[in-house]
Design a protein around this ligand. Sequence first.
Ligand SMILES: NC(=O)c1ccc[n+]([C@@H]2O[C@H](COP(=O)([O-])OP(=O)(O)OC[C@H]3O[C@@H](n4cnc5c(N)ncnc54)[C@H](OP(=O)(O)O)[C@@H]3O)[C@@H](O)[C@H]2O)c1
Length: 260
Amino acid sequence: MNLNFKNKNALLCGSTAGIGKASAIELASLGASITLVARNEEKLKQVLSELPTDNGQNHNYLVADFSDTVALKEILSKGITKNYHILLNNTGGPKGGPIINADLSEFENAFSQHLLCNHILVQAVVSGMKENGYGRIINIISTSVKQPIEGLGVSNTIRGAVANWSKTLAGELGPFGITVNNVLPGATATDRLDQIMVNIGKKIGKSAQEAGEFMKSIVPARRFAQPEEIAYTVAFLASDAAGYINGINLPVDGGRTKSL
Ligand SMILES: NC(=O)c1ccc[n+]([C@@H]2O[C@H](COP(=O)([O-])OP(=O)(O)OC[C@H]3O[C@@H](n4cnc5c(N)ncnc54)[C@H](OP(=O)(O)O)[C@@H]3O)[C@@H](O)[C@H]2O)c1
């Protein structure tokens, strides 16, 4: 199986922490040239300095905030200097809480950050992918695509929209050698999970650590995923070897999701 990304360029969003950062390190270690994307320039510089360059790659970064679609379009119109083979759509998750209390602005922000920005990014890279006859668009979503998660109402709503956008794109772009797939992480040990454990702890009157133990107890694997385990999945879907996999939702959740 060929998992070599030499001469492949990857645009990886939300790549200064968690799943995105692990994916950047994994793809760089397999030979890809990486463009990191996130809001915090200091963190971008730090991660840039950690990326392997064993294949003589030239990594770089873009500063962008996905809550501002107009600014993202502007940045991409100036900032895209490479033909990308791989796009990882990924950003911070929406805030939790009962859906009945959610303000309209929470839905609007989440829609902008997760769906509209994904769409802007795809439109920016698609012609290069078509030219290369090779494209791998991978969206980090959530298992809530298959089974809504209690207390994450805005997220549950937006994730469904992103999954259906993605499936539609997969059909349109497949003839050009481009695949579009979704990775659905289960509970993964990142900053995002730390915050979720605090919130669940408050709700059930327990500490964040006790909430974490409860969360692990409902996973058949009885543990959280490490971000690297999601990154391995991203690397496989981005590879030549995964060329006939298109339009899927792939849970990486230790067996937690109850549906097929
Ligand atoms: N961790 C889990 O258990 C889990 C489970 C299921 C689904 N997910 C989903 O997977 C995705 C990634 O999760 P994670 O745990 O890896 O998150 P994380 O550790 O919080 O990392 C989020 C990344 O996105 C960037 N980011 C956040 N807001 C942004 C914005 N407005 N514009 C541009 N970049 C932004 C952050 O960098 P800056 O702050 O510098 O911008 C950071 O690099 C999220 O959608 C999350 O909901 C996570």
